[in-house]
Write a protein that binds this ligand. Structure first.
Ligand SMILES: NC(=O)c1ccc[n+]([C@@H]2O[C@H](COP(=O)([O-])OP(=O)(O)OC[C@H]3O[C@@H](n4cnc5c(N)ncnc54)[C@H](O)[C@@H]3O)[C@@H](O)[C@H]2O)c1
Ligand SMILES: [Zn+2]
Length: 394
């Protein structure tokens, strides 16, 4: 008998240019009267907050606009949003923005519903039950947080990024309007876009579901590679290969923007069921030492991790080469990913981010502890292996 797997998503996915105009209808159907909208000053200035408010106003929904979002959100930002939610008592929360604001909405909704602070839920499957309805509206194309089971924040005091995963964190509605990404600047487009590709590559090359090494008694949202995850990852890789560079070069190219919005969605569905792996583990460690956006860190590390993972996953990597439109061979796939990252301006070396040689060992030691993520990886790295990868990326 084969292994059993499951596939989770947002409750509803609404996708298409202009989809934001349907928000009033969505709110009415869910019976919402009072919404806490979490976004940030940049999206307010870009007119995107107003675009989201208008259909809600027409539907007679009261909205608290909270511009407390920030890139790579800190614990302080999450606590601020939580305080505002506790005062406003919303019946739903909207996360409007990139992964950062969507994650803030998740952090707020879970603590508002179940009490406590973000740190109380760090780890895998620790939420006790459903949370306040969440509507996530991405304005970048990359993280897939609009459908994912994950949220992430930074605790500057501890110097670490903390994540939690739970299927209760999946939004009730993912409303994806690619037109909202047209104003996304090239740097953010590149960084978030390569994150979508990394999600798909990590899911596509993950350990198989049938041999997923979850110790008895432990639960995880991640399950290893399974047929739905593979299908989503394949689509995401193909779409990112086709559209990422053009979306960076010409932000108003509607075809490229729509292609990347779809790539991000598929990538999110892939990784949030299969899992992310060694690229993400290393990125969390690197970002604990130097400031770097999640996408840029992942984009820098991914070719190096692919080289390490090639042994054991050569066939899937060759298929990735084929989906990217180069030769169906693992080395060609790795070179194509590295070249794409380079062309869209992803930093090429850790030292360019401010990493020093003395940081490499503690980074490797931090990474090796991330068992929840590492068990998804097709090859288990030792600290020495990790030092090898980090040195190659240095
Ligand atoms: N929860 C998940 O599943 C998941 C997955 C991957 C990454 N993440 C997290 O997501 C965060 C990164 O998210 P991101 O890459 O989407 O970027 P981001 O949300 O950090 O946004 C970066 C900047 O771009 C601006 N911006 C976003 N959209 C814009 C638009 N349309 N026009 C103008 N400016 C715009 C924002 O205001 C912000 O200043 C990290 O914290 C990462 O850890 C979460
Ligand atoms: Zn990611």
């Amino acid at each position: 008998m084969g292994a059993t797997w499951t596939f989770h998503s947002a409750g509803q996915i609404i996708f298409g240019p202009g989809a934001v105009t349907q928000l009033g209808e969505v709110a009415t159907r869910l019976g919402l009267r009072q919404i806490h909208l979490i976004s940030d000053p940049i999206l307010d200035r870009a007119g995107i907050v107003a675009q989201v408010r208008e259909p809600l106003r027409q539907a007679g929904v009261e909205v608290l606009v909270d511009l407390g979002g920030e890139p790579e959100p800190t614990l302080a930002a999450a606590l601020h949003c939580l305080e505002r939610a506790r005062a406003w008592q919303p019946d739903a929360i909207i996360g409007l923005g990139g992964g950062s604001n969507m994650d803030l909405a998740k952090l707020t909704a879970k603590c508002f519903t179940h009490g406590g602070q973000p740190g109380d839920y760090t780890g895998d499957d620790r939420l006790p039950g459903p949370i306040l309805p969440l509507i996530c509206i991405p304005t970048t194309a990359g993280t897939g947080s609009e459908v994912s089971c994950a949220d992430v924040y930074t605790d500057p005091e501890q110097g670490i990024k903390l994540g939690s995963i739970s299927n209760y964190l999946r939004p009730r509605v993912a409303l994806i309007d690619p037109l909202l990404t047209h104003s996304c600047p090239p740097r953010v487009t590149a960084d978030s876009g390569i994150d979508a590709l990394v999600h798909a590559i990590e899911a596509y090359t993950a350990v198989d579901n049938a041999v997923f090494p979850l110790p008895p008694g432990l639960r995880s949202c991640y399950q290893g590679r399974h047929p739905m995850g593979v299908a989503m990852a394949r689509e995401a890789i193909t779409l990112a290969g086709k559209h990422l560079e053009q979306a960076v070069r010409n932000g108003t190219d509607a075809v490229a923007r729509e292609g990347m919005a779809l790539a991000a969605l598929y990538g999110g569905l892939a990784f949030s069921n299969v899992g992310v792996a060694l690229v993400h583990a290393l990125e969390y460690a690197v970002a604990s030492f130097v400031p770097v956006s999640h996408g840029a860190g992942n984009g820098l590390l991914v070719p190096h991790v692919m080289r390490f993972n090639k042994h054991g996953r050569e066939d899937s990597m060759a298929e990735i080469g084929h989906y990217l439109g180069v030769a169906a061979n693992a080395d060609a796939a790795i070179d194509a990913v590295a070249a794409l990252a380079n062309r869209i301006g992803i930093p090429q070396r850790l030292r360019d981010l401010g990493v020093t040689e003395t940081m490499l060992k503690p980074m490797a030691e931090k990474t090796v502890l991330m068992t929840r993520i590492l068990r998804v990886n097709p090859r288990q790295p030792s600290v020495d292996d990790l030092m090898g990868i980090l040195r190659a990326a240095f």
